[in-house]
Design a protein around this ligand. Structure first.
Ligand code: ATP
Length: 235
């Protein structure tokens, strides 16, 4: 819709007090890409994603989302996994997913049907009618992610989707992200682990102290990797 660009940011700035938490970030996410924003804790990734989504307003700079200057106008075409995870513990997995779809305008019945398909496809078929409170943290995180894709968004924004997942659930997540791309969605995700970006991304940006330090393909990043090793925190 926008010359093949799903998301763009130009000189985005966010200040908290005297501190520029995001200090002039540029981003261009091509339609259909898996795009990673890599950086250590506190680099400004979450703040950047929230500005792109219109959850908080930048102090200056411009952003466009799915062809619009008003991110909230295209909210029903976006799926979002926020940094703070949360589902209603008394819902079943199927209800939780249908509920998240309903928040994005999806009909309840359609949401319930798709929820079952998504859970099966993700290898969580056994959990369909189980309560959220009975799930492990990693499984609950995956269910929340399925809730973010149930309305088939054109753009999926995931804040540290890999954090807190064991290797099995990380593989499920990776498969899900690839399936979303195959469906035609654009995926923008943040991570502090270079390996996750390398495995999945078509392009990535590296952010440190609120500034973009690198933008390019995974191969280009790999060539520079030694210089960026210290951006990967030890946790
Ligand atoms: P993390 O993965 O730890 O969330 P991040 O790269 O996503 O890291 P942000 O959450 O964007 O980083 O935060 C960047 C910096 O801005 C941090 O130092 C954080 O403490 C600060 N910050 C974020 N939100 C606020 C706020 N509302 N008020 C004051 N400082 C904030």
């Amino acid at each position: 819709a926008d010359n093949g660009i799903a998301v763009s940011a130009e000189a985005l700035v966010k200040r908290y007090g005297a501190r520029r938490v995001v200090d002039g970030v540029d981003l261009v996410v091509p339609e259909g890409a898996i795009y990673g924003v890599l950086g250590p804790n506190g680099a400004g990734k979450t703040t950047t994603l929230r500005m792109l989504l219109g959850i908080i307003e930048p102090d200056s700079g411009r952003r466009r989302l799915l062809g619009s200057d008003a991110p909230r106008d295209v909210g029903d075409r976006v799926g979002y996994l926020p940094e703070e995870r949360g589902l209603y513990p008394s819902m079943t997995a199927r209800e939780a997913i249908a509920f998240m779809g309903a928040l994005r305008g999806l009909e309840w019945r359609t949401g319930r049907a798709r929820a079952a398909e998504l859970l099966e496809a993700a290898g969580l078929g056994h959990a369909i009618d189980g309560k959220i409170r009975k799930l492990s943290k990693g499984m609950a995180q995956l269910v929340q992610l399925l809730g973010a894709v149930v309305h088939r968004p054109d753009l999926l924004v995931l804040d540290e989707p890999f954090s807190g997942l064991d290797p099995v659930n990380q593989e499920r997540l990776e498969a899900l992200i690839r399936a979303e791309q195959a469906r035609g969605a654009t995926i923008l995700f943040s991570t502090h682990v270079m390996q996750h970006a390398q495995r999945l991304c078509d392009r990535l940006a590296i952010i440190a102290r609120g500034q973009r330090r690198f933008e390019g393909t995974v191969d280009e990043a790999r060539a520079l990797l030694p210089q960026h090793v210290h951006y990967v925190p030890h946790r």
